[in-house]
Ligand binder design. Structure first.
Ligand code: SF4
Length: 559
């Protein structure tokens, strides 16, 4: 046992406000885990919401766990210290339930790392009956959890607020009757939204494509996503404040779920359906009730500028507000003014594609006029800098579309220079470029990803094109990480072998792919026929396949 690590965790806890520490005796012990570091996890609202929600029950104690910081992992191993929770520094393996909240595919490997550090066997079939029940929730659980099915006992498909209580109730009842893990899982399987991978077999075709999933016994052939009908009943917001996270000491509040725009590449517009907005009164009541943090409020939602009560909220919040990015066609002057008063120096817009044609293909229904108008409104308000988000590798993209990013950037730059000269100080324009990764349950779920070499070529072109342009800067992701994400995002159960090897190979994914003997291009780079069965077909997020096909065909017809 390492005292240095225990002291470190206690110190982190001392710097927080809002942590809940409870007695363990007689309660169901749940460790909720964010599969990344404390710094990353503590800005995740879903993670904080379930922690708070579970701790509202008298019969549950819920504590947090994280991936240790890089330097601490060695210390855990060297001192043979089993990974422990933050609140009580109790070993994760002594909890009844270890629940992962997973938002990003690139964190999958960390699930194995955390289980191993905790002394819990990461392969589901090797785990003993006395080891904790391993649960997974979060957005990755409801778009395609298949690559993780070798490691997880129970996958919660959808929004967790209602279903987590049903799971705990069932767990408690069954355990008090003396049921073992297997029996408990069989009972939990009857709750809508609960997917027990063990209760399903999978078949593949001779050409390696996925054939079908076969439920065993009474398991439901379709897992329906759970979603919260009354979003005003639960308003996810920061419950624990700390300086040691990205959105430090900021009150984050979720104002909406889903997005009504349905851009064809985006999970928000499909997997999170239906679109739900929270009433302004609830948001304002929460802000007013939070003592001492009113100064910084982060409004969270898929397209915050679409939130119908945004002006109302802006006009009635005394403190500063923040938002992630704005839709170019729904930028209100009230919102801009509030962001300016809040001290923002940069506002982000997301055109996603440079050309009008490609924006039509992806259904990002904003025109060049909308973008230039929004840029003018923002920059002439006094906010000096602008950030524009783009993707490359989108379906049907040609070199002209990539060149159009530069053309558009130059037009925006003109506005930036003009407004800057009037102000007497020039701002900066940042182009943030990421690579398109097709996502399940969207109309682009059948599309191929562009390979890393081609994406890198496009990035080089963009870099070269703006290299000598003053006041314009470029940030890019690494196509190799987008490729890994592409494999994990649309993988089936066989991709679990790549994740396991990646863990064993210390994050060397390319070597892991070779060792696993799995053809990774088959998952990421292959266009899938519309009649091919997909590994996530048994997950019903509430969007009909027919609608996705119609949208896909319309996209191609637009090209
Ligand atoms: S890209 Fe933005 S506007 Fe489009 S569906 Fe997603 S969240 Fe909504």
């Amino acid at each position: 046992m390492s005292w240095r690590l225990i002291e470190k965790y206690r110190d982190i806890l001392k710097q927080e406000r809002g942590a809940i520490c409870k007695e363990h005796t007689g309660k169901i012990r749940v460790a909720i885990i964010y599969p990344n570091t404390y710094y990353v996890g503590m800005s995740n609202l879903g993670f904080q919401a379930i922690y708070y929600h579970l701790n509202q029950r008298d019969d549950v104690v819920c504590e947090r766990g994280f991936l240790p910081d890089e330097g601490d992992i060695e210390e855990f191993k060297r001192t043979n210290t089993s990974l422990f929770s933050l609140e009580s520094q109790k070993r994760l393996k002594d909890f009844d339930i270890v629940a992962f909240s997973v938002s990003f595919e690139n964190d999958y490997i960390n699930i194995l790392k955390i289980l191993d550090l905790a002394g819990i066997r990461y392969k589901k079939e090797e785990r003993g009956k006395n080891e904790p029940l391993i649960i997974m929730g979060g957005v990755c659980a409801f778009f395609n959890p298949e690559p993780l099915t070798s490691f997880i006992d129970l996958i919660v498909v959808g929004e967790g607020e209602d279903v987590i209580n049903e799971i705990i109730d069932r767990f408690k009842d069954e355990r008090s009757e003396g049921a073992g893990k297997k029996e408990i899982l069989e009972k939990i399987a009857r709750i809508e939204g609960c997917y027990i991978p063990e209760l399903y077999d999978v078949e593949y075709n001779d050409d390696r494509t996925f054939k079908r999933i076969i439920p065993k016994g009474e398991a439901s052939p379709i897992i329906k996503k759970r979603w919260v009908k009354d979003v005003d009943k639960y308003i996810p917001c920061t419950r624990i404040f700390t300086k040691n996270t990205e959105f430090a000491d900021m009150l984050l509040i979720e104002v909406s779920r889903g997005c009504g725009r349905a851009c064809r590449f985006c999970l928000e517009g499909y997997a999170y359906r239906p679109l739900r907005y929270r009433k302004a009164e609830g948001i304002l009541k929460l802000v007013r009730g939070e003592k001492g943090v009113k100064e910084r409020i982060g409004l969270v939602g898929a397209a915050v500028s679409d939130y119908p009560y945004i002006d109302d909220v802006c006009l009635n919040i005394a403190g500063n507000i923040s938002v992630s990015s704005l839709r170019a066609d729904s930028v209100s002057e009230t919102l801009i003014k509030k962001l300016l008063e809040s001290g923002h120096k940069t506002i982000a817009l997301a055109p996603e594609a440079g050309s009008e044609r490609l924006r039509r293909v992806i259904k990002k229904d904003i025109t060049e006029g909308d973008i230039l108008n929004a840029a003018g409104l923002i920059l002439s308000s006094g906010i000096p800098n602008l950030k524009l988000y783009f993707m490359i590798g989108l379906p049907t993209e040609a070199d002209e579309d990539v060149a159009a990013i530069i053309d558009l950037a130059k037009k925006v730059r003109e506005i930036l220079l003009e407004t800057g000269r009037k102000r007497g100080r020039l701002g900066r324009l940042t182009l943030s470029i990421s690579s398109f990764v097709p996502k399940p349950h969207t109309p682009f779920q059948w599309c191929r990803m562009e390979d890393a070499a081609s994406l890198s070529r496009k990035l080089r072109f963009l870099k070269k094109s703006i290299a000598k342009t003053d006041n314009v800067f470029l940030t890019t992701d690494l196509p190799k990480w987008a490729y890994i994400q592409g494999i994990l995002s649309r993988g089936d159960r066989r991709v679990g072998d790549i994740i396991e090897w990646a863990y064993k190979m210390d994050g060397n994914w390319m070597r892991a792919i070779r060792e696993a003997g799995v053809d990774a291009d088959f998952y990421a780079l292959r266009e899938r026929p519309l009649d091919e069965s997909l590994p996530w077909d048994h997950i019903d997020v509430g969007v009909k396949r027919g609608l996705l096909i119609k949208e896909y065909k319309e996209a191609i017809a637009n090209s």
